[in-house]
Design a protein around this ligand. Structure first.
Ligand SMILES: O=C1C=C2C[C@@H](C(=O)O)NC2=CC1=O
Length: 456
């Protein structure tokens, strides 16, 4: 029965906009503190700025956009000169409101973790949270840096630092109360993508906000972190060290597996990780463009008696859903196979225009919920019913308020959370800072499925 709009923002704001940086006294700049309590003014050098970030249009990129007049412009190539967006921006600004486009939303025990990938300058912190207890009743709450501002601080002079995170797309919470995410290590500024440091998997203990683990992804797996936009964690709560993380790479169309116990990573390749050439033509938020994002989202089904489970996955530029058994992924030797036989299997088409960014399987009901970018809403499939387009239902749709569902997660309280961030308008046109561009939605799983074909 639809989704409830919980938060909405015209532009995002932060308790610490980066004008107060941590100092040697170890003050971590968690935000919320008043200026002067242990902070020093930012160094004069200010934020890293690449000249062409502010001057002139950006050189063409491999991703193309078809406008209604068929003029080809490249991805992140604004239809208007980029300077006009920064009329008042000083390149030293650590916080340029317009540039802060939220991507991920994950809830755990009163904190909503919101990510802000660094695709432009002026982003004070890339990993953040909303304190629902203190700020949950506000419509447009400000963000706290997580785990603190220091960890998020982008030092303009020495940006590479293994104790800091550069850019995060999405997060997930596992059955052992840990927050997992990938730092892409990349400043993804249009026309100036810079791999500042190795992409890395981070694991943070949510009971004390301490970093438990950081695994740098080796060059032998991937050279750039640009395609690492999500992560799924396969772990049994009674065996927390035996966790496996499954990581889709939308750019290189590979599926990486990380074993926490072995601290090792391996990569699967398969045709099914590719995008569908006919699935890349998108019309979202009044923009017409073509994307080629491969495997994008992984979600984990129920346990079989053998302790393994079905792993569902799909490319973004596609309508097809696929599956593989977790036993296949967890065996590193399988990654080297040239032929995977029938281990990876297509389930079929979810229906035309059912392209999805993130999807999530609800363990109790067996329902998968999809963030559907072309339909501006949420779809569903009850895995206890045969996979077919007819068995795919519609939970919610709103062409004005649900533009580009960028993330969909299910918490341990049976609630669905979704972020809609108007991203195609930001990339190919211009967001109107006087309207609500970003929203967070919430709904109980069973309530969401009610009156749809997905209802148990
Ligand atoms: O939602 C996402 C969409 C894209 C497109 C691609 C890009 O950089 O253009 N990378 C993405 C990551 C996302 O999380």
């Amino acid at each position: 029965d639809g989704m409830i709009e919980v938060f909405g923002w015209k532009q995002m704001d932060f308790y610490n906009r980066g004008d107060r940086v941590p100092n040697e006294n170890g003050n971590r700049g968690d935000g919320g503190g008043a200026v002067g309590d242990g902070y020093k003014k930012r160094p004069p050098s200010g934020t890293i700025v690449f000249p062409d970030q502010l001057h002139g249009l950006l050189e063409s990129d491999k991703r193309s956009k078809r406008t209604v007049d068929k003029r080809i412009t490249s991805r992140d190539d604004p239809l208007i000169n980029i300077e006009s967006r920064f009329q008042n921006a000083d390149t030293n600004d650590s916080y340029i409101p317009y540039n802060n486009v939220p991507m991920g939303a994950t809830h755990y025990k009163g904190r909503l973790f919101v990510t802000m990938p660094r695709r432009r300058i002026g982003i004070p912190s890339t990993l953040n949270y909303i304190d629902l207890l203190k700020d949950g009743k506000q419509y447009s709450p400000k963000l706290h840096a997580y785990p603190d501002f220091e960890t998020n601080y982008l030092n303009p002079n020495f940006p590479a630092n293994p104790k800091r995170i550069i850019s995060v797309y999405r997060t997930t919470v596992d059955a052992c109360k840990r927050l997992w995410f990938i730092d892409t290590g990349m400043l993804e500024y249009p026309d100036n993508r810079t791999q500042v440091q190795r992409p890395a998997i981070w694991v943070i203990d949510l009971s004390n906000d301490q970093v438990l683990h950081r695994f740098e992804i080796p060059e032998s797996i991937v050279d750039t972190g640009r395609g690492l936009a999500s992560i799924a964690v396969d772990v049994f709560e009674r065996a927390c060290n035996e966790a496996f993380a499954y990581i889709p790479d939308l750019l290189y169309r590979q599926l990486y597996v990380f074993s926490l116990n072995d601290n090792r990573m391996w990569a699967f390749s398969h045709n099914y990780f590719n995008f569908d050439p006919l699935g890349g033509d998108l019309q979202i938020g009044g923009q017409t463009f073509r994307w080629d994002d491969g495997i994008f989202s992984i979600t984990l089904g129920s346990y079989a008696p053998d302790g393994y489970r079905t792993v569902y996955f799909h490319p973004m530029a596609s309508n097809t859903e696929f599956e593989v058994d977790s036993s296949v992924l967890q065996n590193e030797a399988n990654a080297a196979r040239s032929d995977h036989g029938n281990d990876f299997r297509p389930l079929g088409s979810r229906g035309d225009n059912h392209q999805s960014t993130m999807h999530s399987y609800d363990q109790k009901s067996g329902i998968i919920f999809y963030a559907e970018i072309q339909r501006n809403g949420i779809g569903c499939w009850n895995t206890n019913k045969p996979f077919s387009a007819q068995n795919h239902g519609t939970v919610a749709q709103d062409a004005q308020r649900m533009i580009y569902p960028s993330d969909l997660t299910i918490d341990d309280e049976d609630n669905i959370w979704m972020m809609t961030n108007s991203m195609p308008i930001f990339i190919y046109s211009t967001l109107d800072p006087n309207v609500v561009n970003f929203r967070v939605w919430k709904q109980n799983v069973n309530e969401a499925a009610k009156n749809t074909v997905c209802a148990p």
